[in-house]
Design a protein around this ligand. Structure first.
Ligand SMILES: Cc1ncc(COP(=O)(O)O)c(C=O)c1O
Length: 343
């Protein structure tokens, strides 16, 4: 099977497995664990923040960030298609007790005028804007990268209004590779940031939430509240350290295979995607012209040995990663082309 469903399918490297065997087994929530602390320090350094807290998942890191930043009833402003609004089961309202307002955006970047219009103070009629949220890379926009100038403008506006900013940087290192900058140059435009080691970086589990010391202290309490204390998490953190130290630079290969995939698909039909839009390792493919739904495409491709997840009614999301080579991409493109001809 050529598995293009997600970069979360990546398996740990030999070096990760070795480091997991040798990791410490301290209790992270009691006396602390040296390996977890090392990962948190490394994550803070890479994102340019004061400190960090290891979390079981990106979803929990985002939820804890909301809880630690905002009081119940406050409003979160974020782009309409953001992962946390669309794929995190409504934790923003159901658990954190926050209102939210989706702001129209282009390739994941909120319309600045709409954002300016939406930010509002606490009055007797409104609880006010509690948090502004960005996502880079942007999942539902096909791994689109928010330009640094956009992030700077959003951060500037939020600061002007005294509102904190969180960055969902689940794939921030893909964004950094694409922009040719350090991750910290991206996260400088946020007060807190989380990223996942469990995606293209190949570690089995985990995300780190980074920010100022007081914020992270609150985050640790909320992490406990939502059941995220991991006790002897050293082996997981050990894999995360190897991920950060050895797996970031190779992400460029995933971006190249994604581009190759998009170029191959457009040779079949130009309506499927635009290779120019492929900035990282995600390729969003529009199958509307075929008249068949994405779920049907996903099932048909599976019968040809290619696994792809539907992203919408008529959109598929292909994700390249460490286990996808150029010949895999060519085989997937070939299977797709055959089915397209038939449809
Ligand atoms: C942008 C973004 N944020 C958060 C998450 C959630 O991460 P996790 O699957 O670790 O909960 C994902 C997962 O794909 C994501 O793409």
């Amino acid at each position: 099977m050529i598995d293009l469903r997600s970069d979360t399918v990546t398996r740990p490297t030999e070096a990760m497995l070795e480091s997991m065997r040798e990791a410490t087994f301290g209790d992270d929530s009691r006396d602390g664990d040296a390996t977890v602390q090392k990962l948190e320090a490394l994550a803070a350094e890479r994102t340019g923040k004061e400190t960090g807290a290891f979390m079981p998942s990106g979803t929990m890191a985002n939820l804890v960030a909301m809880l630690a930043h905002a009081n119940r009833g406050g409003e979160v402003l974020l782009e309409d298609g953001s992962h946390t609004l669309n794929a995190e089961l409504g934790g923003i309202a159901g658990v954190a007790g926050l209102f939210y307002r989706g702001i129209h955006g282009k390739r994941g970047a909120m319309d600045p005028d709409a954002l300016r219009e939406a930010i509002r103070p606490v009055t007797r009629y409104h609880m006010g804007t509690a948090l502004v949220w960005m996502e880079n890379t942007h999942n539902r926009s096909g791994g689109a990268v928010l330009p640094l100038a956009h992030m700077q403008a959003v951060y500037g506006l939020a600061r002007e209004k005294g509102v904190p900013v969180h960055l969902d940087g689940a794939r921030i290192f893909n964004a950094a590779i694409s922009l040719g900058c350090a991750a910290s140059e991206i996260s400088q435009y946020s007060d807190s940031v989380c990223f996942c080691v469990s995606k293209g970086l190949s570690a089995p589990v985990g995300s780190v939430l980074c920010g100022g010391a007081a914020f992270i202290e609150r985050a640790r309490a909320y992490r406990r509240m939502v059941g995220g204390n991991m006790r002897q998490a050293g082996p997981l953190a050990a894999a995360g350290i190897v991920a950060l130290e050895t797996m970031v630079d190779r992400l460029v290969e995933d971006h190249q295979t994604a581009k190759r995939l998009a170029e191959g698909l457009t040779r079949t039909d130009a309506s499927l995607c635009d290779p120019k839009d492929v900035e990282t390792n995600l390729v969003r493919v529009d199958v509307r012209k075929s008249g068949r739904r994405a779920a049907q495409w996903s099932a048909d491709l599976k019968s040809k040995g290619v696994l792809v997840a539907p992203a919408d009614l008529y959109a598929l999301r292909f994700v390249t990663h460490r286990h996808i080579s150029a010949p895999d991409v060519d085989a997937a493109v070939g299977a797709f082309a055959e089915l397209w001809k038939k449809s």
